[in-house]
Design a protein around this ligand. Structure first.
Ligand SMILES: [Zn+2]
Length: 675
């Protein structure tokens, strides 16, 4: 699946607090706007983020098992306590359990059985390790890659809607095969990344040693892995390039793919993954497959065995015995993201159930935590924000009537998905055993991979979700033209029906507006009402859009993330456009909905001020420097401070609400506005 347009990226690094077992599911009484979370010693016109969040940031240091700690991650952590209660009760062997509880309960029980997992050591890897060992020629790599479907071997293979015919699902081959989070980690020369590469080499070597290789051999194998992955990284598109849908759409025949990489035995691979007769597919990154072929030619069989073994152990380490889990955490949790401690086992297991059986767990979660009234309230707010966007589009001074008509058509076609899917996923074909943790993980991966490929050639299921119901996040999907708000994100303190309207609109209203605006950001605007990649803009309007968008990328490119690293404004452009559009739309909707009402100040703050503080407080976050550095490269979202200050400094409504003088930092001289 392609990258979706999320509200936020939450880096979940899995781990527990010492006090974890005394925690119980919280009774949520946190207000959307909490005045004790503010720092009123800071002038809102100088730094609105710290004014809104300074108190929160002092009260909420990052727990040792977390890489950042914000309103969203805290809510996610609290959701985990609820999910844990659900799973502990489902994990009993009560004969009265229904099939859904049986599945999630047995999965959780197997995952929590650390004794059995410890005793198994690396044994669960044996069948796959033997398969790699038996490889007699490079020709057999395709078959092994097909067996290691979800282990990120060489490339990524999946199904996707055809960009140019969104009614069709086709196969898709894309770049992949790396152990570090991005191509830049292999190629950039700044000191921190050079240091990280050293740590990565040591990590790969450590894993080979855990598989029983002698230190000298393991060190040589690690260098081989680094050499192969660096070559794949060089041939990979950058994240900025990948934001252009045209750059990742190259539909071609199967023969054309074979011609790009003839050394890889595609016929064998496609037959093994269950697509023996596929005739055409999207090869997202043709140059990558050429380079992959050159590597297959260049490196010998022994090198490829090392590469495959690394990706096997890397993919499976989190589910193996503590030696593997801890080694994996040392690099991916600590070195890369700055976490101090591994998450407790129960939290990790909750995460795995959510990942592998999310719509089974989600059913129980929704029953417990998401009322029909909450769904109705959210639906109502979505309709109001869509109404605001329609008025906004109709009154835009820079867009011609022709383009406006297409934009409105697209807006009216947006499907709103709130809370959870209408039809739950059926997991009955997925076997879960109470005493086989790794087996459950592997079967779940295979189930998901084949579920994705089974869509090829069938009508698109527009009711499907890419996020599970407990998820604290939201997304827009340009190919389905829909906005999706899981139940997990429609909870206090980000959404509270009992709050005064202003902060609710600033917070969740801003989020709804954000997702909606993604349909019209620099990437989303290239897709039409039906989700096809098709240009519906007049050339003059497209030019005006680009000028307006470049105001935003110029603005954000000035912001420093950490050290001397600045935001890559081209990477974050879509999110920054969505943030600004989202708050503008939410403000319009709030104004319209409260028209004629006499709104009084509350807690010494005017309704307008409460709207903006509600928005600001949705982003209160503390983040470790390591994670900031990682985000600078991989995250299309700007840091929370700038998601707040970058937006309000573009809005005259904010200046007025806080009586900010011209020339203060939160009043930009040349304001940007797209939507
Ligand atoms: Zn977004």
């Amino acid at each position: 699946m392609r990258d979706f347009h999320l509200l936020a990226i939450l880096f979940v690094v899995i781990v527990p607090l010492a006090a974890a077992f005394s925690q119980t599911a919280p009774a949520n009484h946190q207000p959307v706007l909490d005045v004790t979370s503010m720092d009123t010693t800071v002038n809102p016109c100088t730094d609105f983020y710290t004014y809104s969040c300074g108190g929160w940031m002092k009260k909420n240091p990052i727990p040792p098992d977390q890489t950042s700690w914000g309103v969203y991650s805290k809510l996610e952590d609290e959701n985990k306590l609820i999910l844990r209660e659900i799973l502990e009760s489902a994990a009993t062997t009560d004969p009265g359990r229904d099939t859904v509880k049986e599945k999630i309960g047995d999965y959780y029980a197997a995952c929590m059985d650390e004794k059995a997992i410890d005793a198994a050591g690396s044994r669960p890897l044996k069948a796959d390790l033997d398969r790699i060992e038996r490889l007699g020629s490079k020709r057999g790599i395709a078959e092994v890659a097909a067996a290691m479907i979800s282990d990120n071997v060489l490339f990524d293979f999946r199904s996707d809607q055809d960009y140019k015919d969104s009614t069709q699902v086709i196969a898709e081959a894309d770049q992949g095969g790396l152990g570090l989070p991005d191509r830049d980690f292999y190629l950039k020369t700044d000191a921190k990344l050079v240091e990280l590469r050293k740590a990565y080499l040591a990590q790969v070597r450590k894993m080979f040693e855990l598989l029983g290789d002698k230190p000298g051999v393991a060190a040589a194998e690690a260098r081989t892995v680094m050499r192969i992955e660096t070559a794949l990284a060089k041939a990979s598109l950058t994240r900025v390039e990948r934001r252009d849908p045209k750059k990742v759409y190259h539909k071609m025949t199967r023969q054309a793919l074979v011609a790009l990489s003839p050394t890889f035995h595609w016929n064998e691979y496609l037959a093994k993954v269950g697509l023996p007769s596929v005739r055409a597919l999207n090869v997202a990154t043709p140059e990558f497959f050429k380079a992959m072929n050159a590597e297959l030619e260049k490196e010998d069989l022994g090198s490829w065995k090392a590469y495959l073994r690394w990706h096997l152990v890397h993919a499976d380490a989190p589910y193996l015995s503590p030696a593997f889990v801890n080694a994996d955490f040392d690099f991916y949790g600590k070195a890369l993201r700055g976490a101090e401690e591994l998450e407790p086992r129960w939290k990790r297991c909750v995460g795995y159930v959510d990942n592998d059986l999310g719509e089974a767990l989600g059913q129980a979660y929704v029953e417990r935590s998401f009322s029909p009234e909450a769904k109705q309230r959210a639906q109502k707010m979505v309709k109001e924000i869509e109404g605001a966007m329609q008025r906004d589009m109709e009154s835009l001074p820079w867009m011609s009537p022709t383009t406006k008509q297409h934009a409105l058509e697209k807006l009216h076609a947006v499907a709103n998905k709130i809370g959870y899917p209408d039809k739950w996923r059926d997991y009955s074909a997925l076997a879960i055993a109470r005493d086989d943790e790794m087996g459950n993980v592997l079967r779940a991966r295979a189930f998901e991979f084949h579920r994705q490929l089974a869509k090829i050639g069938k009508p698109v299921d527009r009711g499907e979700w890419q996020m599970t119901p407990p998820t604290v996040n939201a997304y827009y999907d340009p190919q389905k033209n829909d906005i999706n708000f899981p139940a997990g994100t429609l909870q206090p303190p980000v959404f509270d029906p009992n709050s005064d309207a202003a902060p609710n609109y600033g917070d969740t209203g801003g989020t709804i507006g954000h997702e909606l605006t993604h349909g019209f950001d620099d990437e989303g605007r290239q897709f039409d009402a039906q989700g096809n990649l098709r240009d519906w803009w007049t050339p003059e309007d497209a030019k005006k859009f680009e000028q307006r968008a470049s105001c935003i990328s110029g603005q954000y490119s000035q912001y420093v993330i950490v050290d001397d690293i600045k935001i890559n404004g081209k990477l974050t452009l879509g999110e920054d456009v969505a943030d600004l559009g989202g708050v503008i739309l939410a403000y319009m909707a709030w104004r319209a909905e409260t028209k004629g009402q006499k709104l009084e100040p509350i807690e010494g703050l005017t309704p307008e001020q409460r709207f903006f503080i509600g928005y600001g407080q949705s982003w209160c976050t503390n983040t470790r420097d390591e994670t900031k550095r990682l985000r600078a490269t991989v995250d299309p979202h700007s840091l929370e401070k700038y998601r707040t200050n970058g937006v309000v400094s573009n809005m005259p409504e904010f200046q007025e609400a806080f009586h900010c003088k011209a020339g203060t930092p939160m009043v930009r001289e040349n304001r940007c506005r797209v939507w």
